[in-house]
Every structure is written in structure tokens, then in C-alpha cells.
Design a protein. Structure first.
Length: 278
């Protein structure tokens, strides 16, 4: 069933757990994530990142995501991830997305603030929840290094930002990075707790792939209610295809697609179990 970002985060808050948000740039990813969620009977978020526009155009994959969410047996939010332009966000809202993440984290604070206010105003017309980012991760979406390095979110600045923008969820910077980790991340989870207590909002972990189960659990206890996860799920699909090709002469593409889908489903299920405290 299709639900919005506020509703799904409320479910997570009620159970003091986190909901997984998985990028789904193709049909195999959509199936993998929703099938895993239905198997565990947990709510889930399927996301489209603006970064994936060239791989999977929003106008084509978006309606498929919305329809898949409507037909799912569990609550599913269809979310726009790392949207950097309001025009692109408007497209997602028209398609029927029920959550959006406006990312103005590379902009000066005041410009990020003003654009996020506009994003919130736009989303209200569609009963759509809004997430925003404050601070900067060590790497950008897609894994490229952030030229300025990580900028951890200041708790007091977060309070002012949340109050002035009226957002529904905040993605703070506390030591995670997008993409594949080159070394074990060192996370400032105490910062997460302080920001959660000061803002009173659900917090979001970006760069959630590759974080240890222990850090997930501590982060959730400290206020994380949404965890973004994609890189390692995608890697599991790639490895499954490589393994199949090494073992046999594959003629049909659908055999490769199915191998990737099942491997991604297993990886997503493993992550969901930790997020949901199962």
C-alpha cells in the first residue's frame, strides 16, 4: 500500500526502529526490495535518486515505482532521493511520489534554507513528506569524494534549520559516506542523539551501506528512523551475475536479471532485519 514519508516514519517511531530506504533504479531492484519487505512484513521506502536520471529516467521508472507500491502488501513510500533542483522535484510530485529529499547541502546555509522552505511549500500541496540535509558527508551521492571533506552537522544550527523550514525529517552528517567504504567508518552517534533530542524530528542515515549492525542499533536507539541503503545491495547483485557467468554459459539475459534480483533481495532482507530489530 502506498503511504507518505510522514506516515512511514511514524510507524518506525512507534516501534523505535528504522525503515530502510533502498534506491531502485530498475525493475529488479523494485522486486527485490518489495519482496523482501513483504517476506518480513515490514514497511519500506523505495527511492529514485536524481543521480540515476541517465540510467533510469524519472518519467519512466517513477510511475512503475508508484504502481508497485500501491500493489504491495506492506506500507511503501515512494521517495525522491538527493533532489538538487526544485523543477526535478516537481516532476516527482506530479508522478505521485509520497516523499522527497531536497539536498541543498552543497549550497551556502541561507540558500539551502530558502530552497528547502520552497520544497516544503510545494510538497504540502501533494500531502508529501520532506527530508532535507544539513552538513556534508565525506562523499557525494555516487561515491565521489566531497572536495571540502565531511562537515558535521551542528546541533544548534539543526534546531534553527528544522524550525524555520518545517521539514518532516533531517539527514545530519555524522561520519557516514556514500558508496563503498574504503575503511570502517567512525561514526559520531552521540551527535545523532543530541540532534534528535534537540529537534524532535526523525533522523536519516545516508551512506547506510557498509555500517556495522552494532552501529545501526546504536544509531536507531539514538533517533535514526530512516536508513538509506543501496551500494552493497547493488554489489550483491553484480557478484551474483559474475558468479553465474563464471559457472555456466548463459544465453538469456533474464537468467542474469533473476540471479541479481534474488541476491539483492537476500541482501536487502538482511539489512531490513537489523533496521526493524528482528
Amino acid at each position: 500500500m502506498l503511504v507518505n514519508l510522514v506516515e512511514i516514519l511514524k510507524l518506525a517511531e512507534e516501534k523505535k526502529c528504522a525503515v530502510g530506504a533502498f534506491n531502485t533504479p530498475n525493475w529488479e531492484c523494485i522486486l527485490a526490495v518489495i519482496d523482501a519487505a513483504e517476506k518480513l512484513n515490514v514497511p519500506v521506502i523505495i527511492s529514485h535518486a536524481q543521480l540515476h536520471e541517465e540510467v533510469s529516467p524519472l518519467a519512466k521508472i517513477g510511475p512503475i515505482m508508484v504502481e508497485a507500491a500501491k500493489r504491495a502488501k506492506v506500507p511503501v513510500c515512494v521517495h525522491l532521493d538527493h533532489c538538487e533542483t526544485l523543477d526535478y522535484m516537481a516532476q516527482a510530485l506530479e508522478i505521485g511520489f509520497t516523499g522527497v529529499m531536497y539536498d541543498g547541502s552543497t549550497l551556502p546555509y541561507e540558500e539551502n534554507l530558502e530552497n528547502t522552505k520552497k520544497a516544503v511549500a510545494m510538497a504540502k500541496n501533494y500531502s508529501c513528506g520532506v527530508e532535507a540535509e544539513l552538513g556534508a558527508l565525506a562523499s557525494r551521492e555516487g561515491g565521489a569524494d566531497n572536495a571540502s571533506g565531511p562537515v558535521y552537522t551542528d546541533p544548534d544550527e539543526a534546531v534553527a534549520f528544522c524550525r524555520e523550514t518545517g521539514i518532516d525529517a533531517l539527514a545530519p552528517s555524522f561520519g557516514t559516506a556514500h558508496g563503498i567504504y574504503k575503511a570502517k567508518p567512525v561514526l559520531d552517534l552521540d551527535r545523532v542523539k543530541v540532534i534528535s533530542e534537540k529537534t524532535g524530528l526523525p533522523l536519516v542515515m545516508h551512506g547506510g551501506s557498509g555500517v556495522s549492525p552494532e552501529d545501526y542499533r546504536t544509531g536507531i536507539a539514538n533517533g535514526l528512523r530512516k536508513i538509506n541503503y543501496y551500494s552493497y545491495m547493488s554489489k550483491a547483485g553484480t557478484q551474483a551475475v559474475k558468479k553465474l557467468l563464471a559457472k555456466e554459459d548463459v544465453t538469456f539475459f533474464h537468467d542474469l536479471a533473476l540471479a541479481a534480483q534474488k541476491a539483492m533481495e537476500a541482501d536487502a532482507e538482511k539489512a531490513m532485519r537489523v533496521f526493524a530489530g528482528l
